[in-house]
Design a binder for this molecule. Structure first.
Ligand code: SF4
Length: 372
């Protein structure tokens, strides 16, 4: 089939996706026109905020691509105080962000469990239950996820980064702490507990093939995710994968592939939430606007206190590390309107896909939610 014929379909095979990922020129425009139309029909020209609080860059893991990996000694570690986290959440609440996302390196243990649980209760209290909360703090035991769900978190982002197990092992150390199966089990636990469950991958990794990328999208569809955050792989000088920097696709190609992945996923999963990743802006100054135009509907303004931002570099050239939370908001307002979309304030902007799953709990074990 040619691209035009493929785009008549509502869902794609692995081969269809590989063909779509290779399209150029007029065919590329056709793909983006179709995905933009799907977004407008199912979501509207709307964007919701998740105020991002990167509350600690301390991590117990050593993912080979990540700038805040445990083994990176060229990094000042930080851990926001509870008061700093609550002040950032209050800023989001006062500015009608609707939702926040609490993100950190991955740590487990009773202290971490209790601290996050306590913070969740306090954020719910300060916002009178009105702030939606996404957590992104990695792999945990199911009972820990449950405690946090009961305390008020209702979305969880756990990026799998690569769904081809062989590729996953190439970008992670080969030990128990970086176990592919545990990551899958964690995603399943989150979904079973009733979280809006999100995952995502990096695009343009060393060793990655178009077949891998097609497999990633098929995984997301078959797992029935509610949210996706995926972005281009951008190398970090202080990581083992920098060794392969010369073999990587040019940044512009990684950027283009990311837009195509977003567009294809939007057509395949019409009502999920898709993030316009900040990493897109590290490559193209209007990268996030481009993603919004062709399918993304979530943006994550960074509301981490400015003095810590520079230390949460997962990749090099991360943008906006000098902006204040206020600067970030007005910049994003202008950017979203440039993309002919509008920011919706004061709403959670939950995944519609999740709501539909919730109405069919027998299919997914979803029995209750904190949906506003
Ligand atoms: S990707 Fe996540 S778990 Fe891995 S080293 Fe970085 S912060 Fe830690």
């Amino acid at each position: 089939m040619n691209i035009k014929e493929i785009l008549q379909l509502d869902d794609f095979s692995r081969d269809d996706i590989i063909t779509l990922l290779s399209c150029q020129g007029e065919e590329r425009t056709l793909l983006f026109t179709k995905s933009a139309g799907v977004k407008e029909k199912y979501i509207g020209k709307k964007v919701w905020f998740r105020g991002l609080i990167e509350f600690s860059n301390i991590c117990s893991k050593d993912c080979l691509y990540c700038g805040i990996r445990k083994g990176n000694k060229n990094l000042k570690r930080y851990n926001l105080t509870d008061d700093e986290i609550l002040a950032a959440a209050k800023f989001a609440y006062d500015n009608q962000y609707g939702s926040i996302a609490l993100q950190s390196g991955e740590l487990e243990g009773l202290h971490v469990t209790q601290r996050i649980e306590n913070l969740l209760y306090r954020i719910k209290e300060l916002s009178k239950g009105e702030l939606g909360i996404t957590l992104s703090v990695g792999e945990q035991e199911k009972e820990v996820y449950k405690k946090w769900y009961d305390a008020g978190a209702h979305r969880y982002l756990l990026r799998i980064e690569a769904t081809n197990e062989a590729l996953y092992h190439k970008i992670h150390p080969g030990n128990k702490k970086h176990d592919f199966k545990r990551r899958l089990d964690c995603l399943k636990s989150l979904q079973d507990l009733g979280y809006q469950t999100g995952t995502g991958v990096m695009i343009g990794l060393p060793f990655q093939t178009p077949e891998d990328l097609a497999g990633d999208l098929i995984f997301m569809r078959d797992f029935d995710i509610d949210m996706c955050g995926m972005g281009p792989y951008i190398e970090h000088a202080d990581t083992p994968l920098i060794e392969y920097a010369d073999d990587l696709l040019p940044l512009a190609v990684r950027f283009d592939l990311t837009l195509k992945m977003i567009a294809i996923l939007r057509i395949m999963m019409k009502d999920i939430n898709i993030v316009a990743a900040t990493a897109l802006q590290a490559i193209d100054p209007i990268g996030r606007e481009k993603a919004i135009k062709i399918g993304a509907n979530i943006i994550m303004p960074n509301i981490t206190p400015g003095k810590y931002r520079d230390s949460y570099r997962l990749y090099d050239n991360k943008p906006c590390t000098d902006d204040s939370a206020e600067d970030c908001q007005s910049c994003l307002e202008a950017r979203v309107s440039l993309a002919d979309n509008e920011i919706v304030y004061g709403e959670w902007g939950d995944s519609q896909h999740y709501d539909k799953r919730r109405k069919n709990p027998s299919n997914h074990g979803v029995t209750r939610s904190h949906t506003k």
